[in-house]
Design a protein around this ligand. Structure first.
Ligand code: HEC
Ligand code: HEC
Length: 358
């Protein structure tokens, strides 16, 4: 190698190193039109996200090596599960709730249908430790195994230098991967935020007008001036639990038109109907106003993640629209924004078309 060649070779090495540094510094996840910025602390680095992706799809993270996160949050099914209304966990045990879509989950202020968790990295330990989900008996043994693993050990060290696999870094890696599951920049965003009116069809536009107008959906599924997450980051009783009979041993009895009374099923000698006991946010707060209230889901990519609602009790978007048109599931604690809408068949079809375009 002569001097010039050596110089060029050195130059190429230096450029390659700079390239690496650049791509490591270019950590920001590409932001689609219509979404707010992803919090940098959660987004992490590409190395963290890659590790998180491997963990997300790894069955060996469950106690008996059968279940990964991705088996309930299935890519291609909106990171939810289309086959089952209620999730199936460890050894076929049925969970009492539907697996929510993980699209844009990084933007959710309250996680789970009842909003009981607020930190994506901490949330991870919920399914990992739940006996009926991934069934790990404790944090220590799982972390010890990952540290000793010839594959994972170095990957954790690379993603979290000096820390390696810990309770925190495992959560941060998976959260970083989840932060990359974004749905935005679609036809809706181009039409509303990109000035490209024709990106939505006239029927979809009619659906939009209903969504923000007569049907009142936007009161809870918010659309902002520059971004839209379709959630008000809180919880409401839309009457889904009541409709399914998952009322925590209570049932409603109509005493007079519009007057309902809650009574104990046992007291009236009725067996509770099939749905499992679920009182929603009330289970966390014990506040009567939170009975049967669930967090408002982000509706982006919603066409992919049927069935719908916390219990998967509505199979299609048309059924969801019918449900709202009837005024939800009437009950004494129903959110005042939920009322019969009087939509025509055509209006319902437009609303469905709009939801499908998200
Ligand atoms: C057995 C099926 C199953 C497995 C396995 C599973 N989940 Fe879930 N996941 C669910 C269900 C069901 C819920 C809703 C539970 C609730 O609200 O009480 C949920 C909720 C969540 C949420 C909250 C989403 C929201 O919109 O609030 C996140 C995030 C999540 N899971 C991530 C994960 C990760 C990460 C893993 C792997 C470590 C995992 N899940 C494994 C079924 C599963
Ligand atoms: C009072 C607030 C509120 C209003 C108004 C409202 N929603 Fe909802 N929406 C919710 C809540 C809360 C849930 C979750 C209920 C559950 O999980 O049981 C939900 C769930 C949904 C879902 C299911 C999403 C999923 O991933 O399971 C769709 C679709 C939906 N709403 C569409 C609409 C449409 C269309 C309208 C207008 C006709 C509307 N919503 C009006 C609060 C509201």
């Amino acid at each position: 190698m002569n001097g010039a060649q050596f110089f060029i070779a050195r130059l190429l090495t230096i450029l390659a190193v700079i390239g690496c540094i650049n791509s490591a510094a270019g950590e920001a996840i590409k932001l689609p039109l219509g979404l707010p910025p992803v919090p940098a602390a959660v987004a992490g680095t590409p190395t963290m996200r890659k590790l998180g992706e491997k963990l997300f799809f790894d069955r060996s993270l469950s106690a008996n090596g059968t279940l990964s996160c991705a088996m309930c949050h299935i890519p291609g099914q909106g990171f939810a599960s289309n086959q089952s209304a209620l999730s199936i966990g460890m050894e076929g045990r049925s969970l009492r709730r539907n697996a929510p879509s993980l699209y844009n989950v990084v933007f959710k202020k309250f996680l789970f249908h009842d909003g009981r968790e607020i930190d994506l990295a901490a949330q991870v330990w919920g399914p990992l430790l739940a006996a009926d989900e991934m069934g790990n008996a404790g944090i220590g043994p799982l972390i010890a195994r990952l540290r000793a693993d010839t594959d994972y050990g170095p990957l954790f060290e690379a993603a979290f230098p000096g820390e390696g696999a810990t309770m925190m870094t495992l959560g941060r890696a998976i959260a970083a991967y989840e932060a990359s599951l974004l749905r935005g920049g679609g036809r809706f965003d181009r039409a509303l935020y990109g000035g490209e009116r024709s990106a939505l069809t006239p029927r979809e536009w009619q659906g939009y007008e209903l969504f923000v107008g007569k049907a009142g959906c936007v009161a809870c599924h918010e659309i902002g001036p520059q971004t839209a997450l379709f959630t008000d980051q809180t919880w409401h009783n839309t009457g889904v639990a009541f409709r399914s009979g998952a009322t925590g041993g209570k049932t409603e009895v109509r005493l007079a038109p519009g007057v309902f009374q809650n009574v104990d099923l046992a007291a009236v000698g009725l067996a509770q109907s099939g749905a499992p006991n679920d009182i929603g946010r009330f289970e966390i707060t014990n506040a009567p106003a939170d009975r049967w209230a669930y967090t408002t889901p982000i509706l982006r990519g919603v066409r992919e993640s049927s069935p719908y609602m916390h219990d998967g009790s509505l199979g299609t978007l048309a059924e969801v629209v019918e449900f709202y048109d009837r005024g939800g599931g009437p009950n004494p604690a129903l959110d005042p924004q939920i009322r019969p809408l009087g939509l025509s068949a055509e209006e319902k079809a437009s609303l469905v078309a709009f939801l499908e375009a998200l």
